[in-house]
Design a protein around this ligand. Sequence first.
Ligand code: 5RP
Length: 228
Amino acid sequence: MNQIELKKQVGERAAQYVEDGMIVGLGTGSTAEFFVAALGERVKNEGLNIVGVPTSDRTRNQATALGIKIKNIDDVDYIDLTVDGADEVDENFQGIKGGGAAHLWEKIVSSNSKRNIWIVDNSKMVKTLGAFPLPIEVIPFGSKHVVDKLIAAGYKPKIRRDENGNPKLTHFHNYIIDLQVDSIPDPKQLGTELINMVGVVEHGLFLDHVNTLIIGRPEGPQVIDNIR
Ligand SMILES: O=C(CO)[C@H](O)[C@H](O)COP(=O)(O)O
């Protein structure tokens, strides 16, 4: 089974967790796309009555095209369940997100969800976070100084750029700094350090967020509940 098939496998498995009447956070990325597609099938075939809360314009467009009712985060009081992908997950259920530059929106939705399920293919599982460059959303104004401070602190920051070489803008018109750290032995300490830097809006460390992890494996999806 290749990575795409594993992503499809976990996306479809996660769609089974959605119940009639739920308000559902819809993640962003190629894995979440399979979840949204499977949810759209259930809406169409079973008449499942749900409201989706998207985490990006891309997901909103996909869900709308599939006939899933959509509300914005500020038009709901809570979210029952959010299903999203991740870039890296360690054995303590801590993760890195933001490869798709949507981690701020995703974190707002997941923080307001009663339950969070992550769906990942097995290549995303790591012993220690950090091989994947950590995305940090920063305000453009003064971002050069955030980069300088990160270099002074011993990190390797890089402003993410689009195909024309311009800084890539997030949904909220901010920049993304990808921080190469190689290894993050203490994610909480790094998260605190980053969020306390003036100009940083949000980093891609999602700590103590996930309740259930569904890992795509050739022998079938592995479901692990975070009971810590
Ligand atoms: O955090 C994200 C977007 O900001 C994605 O969930 C993450 O990048 C995983 O993407 P994919 O499912 O395409 O591998």
